[in-house]
Design a protein around this ligand. Structure first.
Ligand code: 9Z3
Length: 335
């Protein structure tokens, strides 16, 4: 597999007209619609948090797949801080990746317990720390809180279909909606039409697979799905620190959204950089060619968030979310 220029690239439109929607999409979206309506009447801001990595199956009867790296820590932790800040959260995550409020309890089924600050006993063993007893009690806590709605994806195809549909539902909230795209999404996929039905056999020696490029969905997301009003935050992951800022700037320039958060794979837990538009440079400014974006480009603001890497009691997401909440508030007020 190689990243050659020869593989065809799908536009978002051609992608959705040729690749089938996941089973259960309609039901998922009916749930999102209800959730959004409830939040709209309560006047809350709502954030869509995407989290975890997508897979790319290689066979229709799937035995093998490619996976993108992410444990889902960034998304799950961020969702917690958004909830604590009073946001309602649609948490769209890779099946079995980390979830808000249960990430510290590997056997917990009680995602709201930290959030609601239910009493815990310091003397009891970790597995019996939680005092809430019946499942009925737990479920009423969750629905009383009612501000977390969870959706799951596995493949990049599930992810793309869900993202489009959820974004369209959320767009009714106009500026009160935020989109926080922390999921690690594959750049390449195998279109259904090119997939082998059965397990690829090993008898023929080495394996050659040509993959197509996943459509760049941020552009239609900004321009169409979210009605140009949503506050869109994407993440850029690099392993070469010197590429972080130029790549994040290129992404902002190309898609015209609000913020790109750059993170280096090995430093992501204690350092991130926010790339945004400077106040006088509207994202709708005359497009320039991407290659003209320079590291010192004056249209972009760059601000770093850093925490002490040795402080185990501090999570960088706390500061990321605090900063985003302030910026989103300014955006809602027309900033
Ligand atoms: C991220 O960069 C996330 O912060 C991580 C989180 C995947 C690094 P973990 O949960 O990992 O701490 O294990 N997400 C975005 C990754 C991505 O696919 N970005 C695309 C890119 O870099 C743009 S949308 O090209």
């Amino acid at each position: 597999m190689s990243a050659s220029d020869e593989s065809s690239s799908f536009s978002a439109e051609s992608y959705f007209s040729t690749q089938p929607p996941p089973a259960g999409l309609e039901q998922d979206i009916a749930g999102v619609k209800q959730f959004v309506q409830r939040q709209a009447s309560s006047g809350r801001n709502v954030v869509l948090v995407t989290s975890g990595g997508t897979t790319v199956p290689l066979e229709l009867n799937v035995v093998r797949f490619l996976d993108n790296f992410s444990a889902g820590t960034r998304g799950a932790t961020s969702a917690e801080y958004f909830l604590k800040a009073g946001y309602a959260v649609i948490f769209m995550h890779r099946q079995f990746s980390l979830q808000p409020f249960s990430r510290h309890y590997s056997h917990s089924t009680n995602p709201f317990l930290d959030f609601l600050e239910i009493e815990t006993s310091e003397t009891s063993s970790p597995s019996s720390q939680i005092r809430v007893t019946s499942e009925k009690e737990r479920s009423s806590i969750r629905s009383a809180a009612g501000t977390l709605h969870t959706l799951t994806f596995v493949t990049v195809n599930d992810y793309l279909w869900l993202l489009r549909a959820v974004s369209k539902e959320l767009s009714v909230l106009r500026r009160k909606a935020m989109y926080y795209l922390a999921a690690a999404v594959s750049d390449f996929f195998l279109p259904r039409q090119k997939m082998s039905e059965h397990k690829i056999q090993s008898g023929k020696g080495s394996l050659h697979i040509e993959m197509d490029q996943v459509p760049k969905i941020l552009k239609p997301m900004v321009d169409d799905w979210t009605g140009k009003d949503g506050y869109i935050v994407s993440f850029k992951l690099e392993t070469d620190q010197t590429l972080l800022i130029p790549k994040a700037q290129t992404s902002l320039q190309r898609y015209g959204h609000q913020i790109v958060i750059g993170n280096d794979l090995n430093r992501r837990k204690f350092e991130v950089v926010f790339i945004s538009w400077k106040a006088h440079s509207a994202s709708t400014s005359t497009p320039i060619k991407v290659k003209e974006v320079l590291e010192e480009d004056s249209r972009f603001a760059e601000s770093w968030i850093r925490i002490d890497p040795h402080d185990n009691n501090k999570e960088i997401e706390e500061d990321i979310i605090a900063e985003l909440v302030t910026r989103h508030e300014a955006w809602i007020n027309g900033g």
